[in-house]
Design a protein around this ligand. Structure first.
Ligand code: PMP
Length: 399
């Protein structure tokens, strides 16, 4: 079947939960995708920061193939060495002592919310201490608890009543956070860099102040690293840039190099609040996906991808800055590593459509922000190719 035929069939059978661009990708390698008609695309979206290693990284493919032949699924027992190996890898490279595995970013945040509430209630013996403060424009997932945590009305609309016990403050405003704390507050949950909110990088001292507020009031600090974790910003975890340690961290997207996975990590003192029977997930930490996870995290660490994200991020920002000089409707270029946003004074959706037609996959966050999250293995030549296409599109869009 060709792409048009596939899209017609999708309209018939697939629920329209996503706004989809007309593309049927069937094969990928590194930063390149091919569609069902054999057309080539340069991928600067990477499954929204999932394919940090590029498509079909050989070590991830090999780990999946080997594990699939040995055991695909088994839960409720200890004999899942990959899960233990991945937990060890993540804990030895972070502040955390223990990991819980699940299947998505939303599910990791659900686990974080449950753990924060249980831990705080037990610690202070106060059943009323359950509120979690999150940021406006944040994004934490599509389940009921995580849309309640998300600071965007468009995500919540039509699904109320929302889960009780969330309040929202402007991101990057420590005074607003301090003013929002009440005797009911149990935790603060933030993305180190807002992704869906439009690649919003906070000021250097924001998280230090957030940490102080949390410590002063006995609140847990939860970092949602779902989009920015696993090397995207040039560090394994984005919060490392801000020199601050959270109590809980959630991961997903790039953690297994493609297969569905989520993780919630915490220090021992907090993690101990979960005991057998308090939380779970049938597929969480599944042998297949954690085999890929071990291969993916090792590859990020061992193949120099942290340095590469930083180097290529600097190069891409430089090139985007050059375009900003040329086109006055580009108002800002920002980001850390390969988590980059370019803000425009005009809607960016048309640029994405034109990019797709010219074989370059781009993406928009919050209407006016083009988001660049290519695989960390992206080359200078590939950046140059994308910039040339983008330059051509922007030239056509000049008022
Ligand atoms: N948190 C953040 C910061 C995200 O960017 C996303 C996905 N865009 C999620 C949570 C939800 O992850 P998932 O789609 O895997 O549930």
């Amino acid at each position: 079947m060709n792409s048009a035929q596939w899209m017609e069939k999708a309209d018939k059978y697939i629920m329209k939960t996503y706004g989809r661009y007309p593309l049927v990708p069937v094969r990928g390698e590194g930063c390149i995708l091919w569609d069902a008609d054999g057309k080539r695309y340069l991928d600067f979206l990477a499954g929204v920061a999932v394919n940090n290693l590029g498509h079909c990284h050989p070590k991830v493919v090999a780990a999946l193939q080997k594990q699939a032949a040995e055991m695909i699924h088994c839960s409720n027992y200890y004999h899942i060495p990959n899960q233990i190996a991945l937990a060890e890898l993540l804990c030895t490279h972070s502040f955390a002592d223990k990991a819980f595995f699940c299947n998505s970013g939303a599910e990791a945040n659900e686990a974080a919310i449950k753990l924060a509430r249980k831990y705080t209630r037990e610690k202070y013996g106060d059943p009323e201490r359950y509120e979690i403060i999150t940021a406006l424009s944040s994004f934490h997932g599509r389940t009921m608890a995580t849309i309640s945590a998300t600071g965007q009305e468009k995500v919540q609309k039509f699904f109320d009543p929302l889960l009780h016990g969330f309040s929202y403050v402007p991101f990057n405003d420590a005074d607003a956070l301090a003013a929002a704390v009440t005797p009911k507050t149990c935790a603060v949950m933030l993305e180190p860099i807002q992704g869906e909110g439009g690649v919003v990088v906070p000021s250097a001292d924001y998280f230090r102040k957030v940490r102080e507020i949390c410590d002063r009031h006995g609140l847990l600090l939860i970092f949602d690293e779902v989009q920015v974790g696993i090397g995207r910003t040039g560090r394994l975890f984005a919060h490392e840039h801000f020199d601050v340690v959270p109590d809980i961290m959630t991961l997903a997207k790039a953690l297994a190099g493609g297969p569905p996975i989520g993780a919630m990590l915490a220090k021992d003192a907090v993690a101990a609040s979960f005991s057998p029977g308090t939380h779970g997930s049938t597929f969480g930490g599944n042998p297949l996906v954690t085999a890929a996870g071990v291969a993916a995290v090792r590859a990020v660490l061992e193949e120099g991808l942290l340095n590469r994200a930083e180097e290529m991020g600097d190069y891409l920002v430089g090139e985007l800055e050059r375009l900003k000089e040329k086109y006055p409707f580009i108002t800002d270029v920002r980001g850390i590593g390969l988590m980059i946003g370019m803000e425009l004074s005009i809607p960016a959706g048309e640029i994405v459509v034109k990019g797709l037609q010219r074989g370059v996959l781009l993406n928009v966050a919050q209407d006016r922000v083009l988001r660049f999250v290519p695989p960390l293995v992206v080359t200078k030549q590939e950046v140059n190719e994308m910039i040339a296409v983008l330059d051509g599109i922007l030239e056509e869009m000049k008022p």
